[in-house]
Design a protein around this ligand. Structure first.
Ligand code: NAD
Ligand code: TYD
Length: 371
């Protein structure tokens, strides 16, 4: 993998993955060090922020890291990028990713998540076919597709999602991701495209856009704003620190069996209200007590139970035996250590937060790139 196309690399997981590959992948052992270059293709929607990779741009810009502002729905642009950089592998993160937004405005989810994935598959197939015609068969190595456990639908109080669980998506977001997974699988079965797919549980960590549960609650608690918990707060998610997701993806990309799906999860099931309580306890501990007193005795007083999300999946929980037994993956962070790191990251990066929230970074983008 010398010319790796990463889509959606300015988003939450994509930016963490690029940093992981360029700076930390060696921790897996010498043979797994990424030595190629990354071509990051991102449309820079509200969720994509090139400032999340400012350090990478400085250290690796124009040598091992190249940014291309482009829309995966624009097939001409994607074709050009495949040709210009002689792309030999893809790691596909780009997506509309927020369930609440998909309920309010589903169309862009259909367009980006389904049409965009189709375009990338077509470009990869062209490249793969060309390498076969030339006889080497080695010029296109892998299309790795990033997906979610939400494609499996919802669980009751017991049971786990395995790779054999039938798809049963409930939200427009998860339905669009399910469709994209099926396309990837079909391009493998029909055209022989070398693919791997990973379905991961909820991530948290640095650089997550503050519309998702954990960063939203951290920032509201810091600012003394109400903490809106949907329904009775008893819905359950299985949380994974983003860097642990990145190490699993890289392992699958190197050692995973082509055509296979791998579930990734934290083995860390928590009710939403428990997650919010844990965030509050950390905030109460790490923020200067004088500042805290001016807000309320404890951040927990800010918790509010609000109207439930329509079609709110009750529980997600992952069986990730396959990625552990076949590939030897292990997460490094517990929820406690990962959450504390995350809270501290947001506290130390309020400039990033302010710019993302105010939309100021759009001005930054305008001064750096042609829109
Ligand atoms: P994100 O919303 O933070 O980032 C998405 C990125 O994709 C942004 O940089 C955005 O600008 C870019 N993008 C959107 N539309 C595009 C388009 N048409 N062309 C090019 N770029 C485009 O999302 P995330 O949380 O980092 O999720 C990344 C991937 O991981 C998604 O495929 C998501 O379904 C999957 N996933 C996320 C989680 C999670 O907990 N966040 C869990 C499992 C799987
Ligand atoms: P979210 O971070 O949006 O991820 P997903 O819906 O993909 O799991 O939400 C995580 C859980 O937190 C989910 O059960 C919905 C709930 N939630 C709230 O209770 N309040 C909020 O403000 C948000 C954004 C989410």
């Amino acid at each position: 993998m010398q010319n790796l196309l990463v889509t959606g690399g300015c988003g939450f997981i994509g930016s963490n993955f690029i940093r992981y590959l360029l700076k930390e992948s060696s921790f897996l052992g010498d043979d797994s060090f990424f030595t190629g270059r990354i071509i990051n293709v991102d449309k820079l929607t509200y969720a994509g922020n090139p400032e999340s990779l400012e350090d990478i741009e400085k250290e690796f810009g124009n040598s091992r890291y190249i940014f291309e502002k482009a829309d995966i729905c624009n097939i001409k642009e994607i074709e050009r990028i495949f040709d210009q950089y002689d792309i030999d592998s893809v790691c596909h993160f780009a997506a509309e990713s927020h369930v609440d937004r998909s309920i309010a405005s589903p169309e862009i989810f259909i367009e980006t998540n389904i049409r965009g994935t189709f375009n990338l598959l077509e470009c990869a197939k062209k490249k793969y076919d060309f390498s076969l015609i030339k006889g080497s068969g080695k010029n296109f190595f892998l299309f790795h597709h990033i997906s979610t456990d939400e494609v499996y639908g919802t669980l009751g109080k017991t049971g786990l999602f395995t790779e054999e669980t039938p798809y049963s998506p409930n939200s427009p977001y998860s339905a669009s991701k399910a469709a994209s997974d099926h396309l990837v699988r079909a391009w493998h079965e029909t055209y022989g495209l070398p693919v791997t797919i990973s379905n991961c549980s909820n991530n948290y960590g640095p650089f997550q856009f503050p519309e998702k549960l954990i960063p939203l609650m951290i920032l509201n608690a810091i600012e003394g704003k109400e903490l809106p918990i949907y329904g009775d707060g008893k819905n359950i998610r299985d949380w994974l620190y983003v860097k642990d997701h990145c190490s699993a993806i890289w392992l699958i990309m190197q050692k995973g069996i082509k055509g296979r799906t791998y579930n990734i999860g934290g083995g860390c099931e928590l009710e939403n209200r428990e997650v919010v309580e844990k965030i509050c306890s950390i905030i109460d501990k790490v923020i200067n007590p004088n500042v805290r007193k001016s807000l309320s005795a404890s951040s927990k007083e800010l918790m509010r139970f609000v109207k439930d999300r329509p079609g709110h999946d009750f529980r997600y929980a992952i069986d990730c035996t396959r990625v552990k037994q076949e590939l030897g993956w292990r997460p490094e962070e517990s929820f406690e250590t990962g959450l504390e790191k995350t809270v501290k990251w947001y506290l130390n990066n309020m400039k990033w937060v302010e710019r993302v929230k105010s939309g100021d970074y759009l001005n930054w983008i305008k001064s750096h790139y042609t829109i």
